[in-house]
Every structure is written in C-alpha cells, then in structure tokens.
Design a protein around this ligand. Structure first.
Ligand SMILES: [Zn+2]
Ligand SMILES: [Zn+2]
Length: 170
C-alpha cells in the first residue's frame, strides 16, 4: 500500500517527508512544474494523476452536493477528462438527476465513500474534480460560488468572490 502510494504520488511523498522532518529543504517549485498532480480517496484504493495544472476552485452550494459530500458545499475544479489518469482502482458511479433534468454522474470510492468527481452525461470530455481529494493544496484559489440560494447560512463566503444564486453563467 505505502509502496504503491509512494510510487504513484511523487508530490505526496514530498509532503509526507516534509511533515515529519520540517528542517529538510523541499524543492517545491520544481516539483509542481515537473511532476503530475496526484490525489485519491481516503482509503487509498482510488488513486489518480493529472497531467495539467489546476488553479481555479468553484464552490457548489447545491443541495445535492451538500448531501453527497456531507458538508456545506462541494469544492470543485473543472479538468479535461483526457488529462486525468486513474492509477489505481475504479470509482463507483451514482447517476444523479440535476436541477436541469440532465444526468450528472457522481463518482466515488465504493470502499470508503469519498466523492472523487462528477461528470455530466452530455459532457464526458470534462470532469468536475473534488479538490479535497488532491494530495497537496497546490496553488489554487476559490474564484466562484454557485447555487448560493441553497447555501447553508453558517458557511462563510468571501464577499470578494463571485456569487451566483443558481448555476454558473455560460
Ligand atoms: Zn477509498
Ligand atoms: Zn452541486
């Protein structure tokens, strides 16, 4: 398990070393450019790597994301499906029906339940990745809140970020 993790996840490996031995120099900049971004579920059975940088996070406050993540909002990044490789495991699928009536497939680990990504049935070329499954925070920024009409009142939202009561404008 650990061996596979280290092998698949160069960046995560750096993180583990860094956490235990803070005094070691860490060439973070070089790694973020040359290494693929990696992530996975809580139990580690699902592992993936992404071949392009991710920077923008969109928080979705829709009731389906609240239920499926068990939190106030789902934090997502859109990424081309072609850039994502599953290096271990196969996520289970739940075919959800979005407010639009379209099918939104939600993929999660069948063993530990971690939500991994969602994908519109009509747009298989894009994935909406749950950024909490990334091994490292990377250089990402929350840029937008959507479906804020159903946002939980106790969840702080930065007023300096864009807010949309429903879906994001096309
Ligand atoms: Zn899992
Ligand atoms: Zn949502």
């Amino acid at each position: 398990m650990l061996a596979r993790f280290a092998q698949d996840a160069g960046r995560a490996d750096q993180g583990i070393i860094g956490a235990g031995q803070m005094s070691l120099p860490q060439p973070k900049k070089e790694n973020s450019v040359s290494n693929a971004i990696t992530g996975g579920c809580l139990c580690g059975n699902i592992r993936y790597s992404i071949s392009q940088p991710l920077d923008k996070i969109i928080a979705c406050h829709c009731t389906h994301c609240q239920k499926s993540t068990g939190t106030g909002a789902s934090h997502n990044a859109a990424v081309p499906t072609a850039a994502v490789t599953f290096t271990s495991g196969k996520p289970k699928r739940y075919a959800d029906t979005a407010a639009s009536g379209n099918i939104l497939n939600r993929y999660f680990c069948g063993d530990c339940g971690s939500p991994i990504y969602s994908q519109r049935e009509k747009m298989p070329e894009m994935m909406v990745l749950k950024v909490g499954t990334l091994d490292a925070p990377n250089d990402m920024k929350l840029v937008m809140n959507i479906w804020t009409d159903s946002a939980r009142p106790w969840l702080y939202r930065d007023p300096g970020v864009q807010h949309y009561p429903g879906n994001r404008p096309v």
